[in-house]
Design a binder for this molecule. Structure first.
Ligand code: ZN
Length: 283
């Protein structure tokens, strides 16, 4: 399949075996709204279903990889505007039922789906990655970042125990995960490297070339060998209980959202408040 422009994501064939999936909302620092979520899913599916493609690179246009979830929500679109991929429904149900169903579909479920794509995905990360953006990095098989890359999850400040795909302790070790979440401090590229969250740290100007060179090495391998290797490593994580732990944390995340709504009578914050919330997209 050839190049394709989705509304918010670009799909680019570097070679028949290597494709780039590029989040293309640089003006919003690639904030993840519903359109970006479903465009990403369509782009990943395109690469997954193309028998020629062996490896994908996920990158973000502009100075920063991702500012996280778009706090303005659907930007005028609703769940009913998209073809959902999970089995959860009743997205408009009142109370926790609808809210949980939405997050199950667009965050936890989608991340799990992408993490299980049976082809290697390399994250190419520059600048800032905040909260929900971490999930997009963590679902990738290999993470290459630039020296200026920084990572932060500040949602504990809003009473939420971290983002929906709660891989922090698995990615950074439990000790650093506690510090990151309790303090909302940034994790530097060097700390992320030292702790094993990222594979390589390279100068910003060499980032794309480095990632593409790695993709070319991977693309030399037989496709079935790559698939089975990825599956074996995923199974090892699952055997250690990663998926069970992620699901448990998601339940606590949902409880915390519900607690906030019970206290305030509304969601996390309003569209008007969102630009004032630190770390979120500012128009
Ligand atoms: Zn949430």
């Amino acid at each position: 399949m050839s190049d394709h422009d989705f509304e918010t994501v670009l799909y680019r064939e570097l070679t028949p075996e290597i494709v780039r999936v590029i989040m293309n909302r640089p003006e919003a620092r690639n904030a993840q709204d519903l359109q970006l979520t479903y465009d990403l899913n369509d782009a990943f599916d395109r690469g997954a279903q193309d028998p020629k493609v062996k490896v994908m690179i996920l990158s973000g246009a502009g100075p920063h990889f991702s500012s996280g979830h778009d706090m303005r929500g659907g930007n005028g679109k609703a769940m009913s505007d998209f073809e959902t991929v999970g089995t959860w429904g009743s997205f408009d149900a009142p109370g926790a039922e609808g809210a949980m169903a939405r997050e199950e579909e667009i965050y936890l479920g989608m991340c799990r789906r992408w993490r299980n794509i049976p082809k290697p995905i390399i994250a190419e990360v520059q600048g800032k990655t905040i909260a929900g953006g971490l999930m997009l990095v963590w679902i990738c098989d290999i993470i290459v970042c630039s020296e200026d890359a920084e990572f932060r999850d500040l949602v504990v400040g809003w009473g939420i125990p971290g983002v929906e795909y709660f891989a922090h302790p698995w990615e950074l070790g439990h000790r650093k995960a506690r510090e990151m979440l309790f303090t909302s401090d940034w994790v530097s590229a060097q700390d992320a490297y030292r702790l094993g969250m990222v594979n390589q740290v390279v100068p910003r100007e060499e980032l794309s070339a480095y990632t593409e060179a790695m993709a070319r090495k991977i693309a030399e391998k037989p496709s079935f060998g790559l698939k089975m290797t990825k599956e074996a490593i995923n199974q090892a994580q699952d055997a250690q209980g990663q998926w069970n732990a992620l699901q448990s944390a998601f339940m606590m995340h949902t409880l915390a959202h519900t607690h906030w709504r019970e206290l305030t009578g509304r969601g996390l914050y309003t569209a008007e408040e969102a630009p004032k919330v630190p770390g979120t997209y500012k128009p």
